[in-house]
Ligand binder design. Structure first.
Ligand SMILES: *Cc1c(COP(=O)(O)O)cnc(C)c1O
Length: 352
């Protein structure tokens, strides 16, 4: 038989990762943490490395128990994945494959869209309004899954829990997946999280260790959902998808409350400074509750190149579905200094 990639894959625009910056300070393209892994995480990974000859615990039970306690839900409502991206692909395999429909914001988080297309399903795209999810319009559409990203990537906007509860009550969608990758950077994560809505049976919440916990390189995320959803995903997952080092690191990061507090405080302080720097340079920015800021510009290529000339890598909006903008990850103190130097340097007026 002649080898033929499935024709429905043709509609996928390949995911474009952020450019590599020449230095850690200039790395503002991938929404990574402002702090490196802590000594506690490094020690936990080093100790776990000795057990690399063993397969990992398939369900990451130690981590699952801690997460269950943290969120006040039963451990049977939690599934740990190889980053939340793995869990998004599992959701697509379970609930979208074979003619399913996913509702996404336009622009979406790209992985929600790619995973939907991979399983031959369709995306109903609902344009953002004022850079935020149009929940009223989304609630008028039927779908197997409705994806809400809160705070949204790439805009940093949020919807309140009350708004999401109204959406859950009015939307006909089978499952509402709320991706809370950036919630730790919001003003009041406890008031905003949709985890209390999981009890409705129709809401699933995605979290990740890649952002506020600073473990993007180790790939750990988790889903909080009804036990029937978790049981279905368990049937189709690769049993050992989360490695020994990743599980050890996540557990060490999770119990280090002061570190999380430090990352949050530093990120929110630097976020304000990033917003101020761009505003003072004449740009408009979208007020953000995440660890990045969307900067509006008439000429995104020139702004991206100008920042690159100053050692700064950012994400062009056109690669994220927001042409006419640039997404800037909140950087370290050294990164702020690079930004300050770049933005006081003469910038062609056309950029503004
Ligand atoms: C960064 C990000 C994630 C995290 O994905 P991982 O696979 O856990 O690294 C999830 N959702 C959104 C919207 C993100 O921006």
């Amino acid at each position: 038989m002649r080898l033929q990639a499935r024709t429905w894959l043709d509609q996928i625009r390949p995911y474009q990762p952020g450019r590599r910056a020449p230095s850690d300070a200039g790395s503002m393209a991938a929404n990574e943490s402002v702090l490196q892994a802590s000594d506690g995480v490094v020690a936990a990974v080093a100790a776990a490395a000795r057990w690399s000859h063993r397969y990992p615990d398939p369900l990451a039970d130690d981590l699952r128990r801690e997460l269950a306690a943290l969120h006040g839900v039963g451990a049977e409502k939690i599934l740990v994945g190889n980053g939340s991206d793995e869990l998004i692909f599992l959701l697509a395999g379970a609930y979208l494959a074979g003619n399913g429909v996913a509702i996404c914001a336009d622009p979406p988080y790209r992985v929600d869209e790619i995973s939907t297309y991979v399983v031959g399903a369709r995306v109903s795209a609902v344009p953002l309004v004022d850079f935020a999810h149009d929940l009223d319009a989304m609630a008028r559409l039927d779908a197997d899954i409705a994806y809400l990203v809160n705070p949204h990537n790439p805009t940093g906007t949020t919807r309140s829990r009350a708004d999401i509860a109204t959406f859950v009550a009015t939307s006909p969608a089978g499952l509402i997946v709320v991706d809370e990758a950036y919630i730790d950077f919001a003003d009041d994560p406890a008031a905003m999280t949709a985890i209390p809505l999981v009890a409705s049976g129709r809401v699933a919440v995605l979290r990740t260790f890649s952002k506020a916990y600073g473990l993007a390189g180790l790939r750990v995320g988790y889903l909080v959902a009804d036990e029937t959803v978790i049981a279905t995903l368990r049937k189709i997952r690769a049993p050992f998808s989360v490695g020994v080092l990743a599980q050890a690191a996540a557990l060490a990061a999770l119990v280090d409350g002061p570190r999380l507090h430090q990352v949050r405080a530093l990120t929110t302080a630097h976020r304000r400074l990033v917003q101020d720097l761009f505003c003072q340079a004449g740009y408009q920015v979208v007020p953000s509750q995440a660890n990045f800021v969307l900067v509006l510009t008439d000429d995104e290529t020139s702004l991206v190149d100008h920042l690159a000339d100053h050692g700064i890598a950012v994400r062009p909006g056109s690669s994220l579905g927001t042409p006419g903008a640039v997404r800037v990850t909140v950087p370290t103190a050294d990164g702020l200094e690079l930004l300050r130097l770049a933005l006081v340097a003469p910038v062609p007026l056309i950029l503004r």
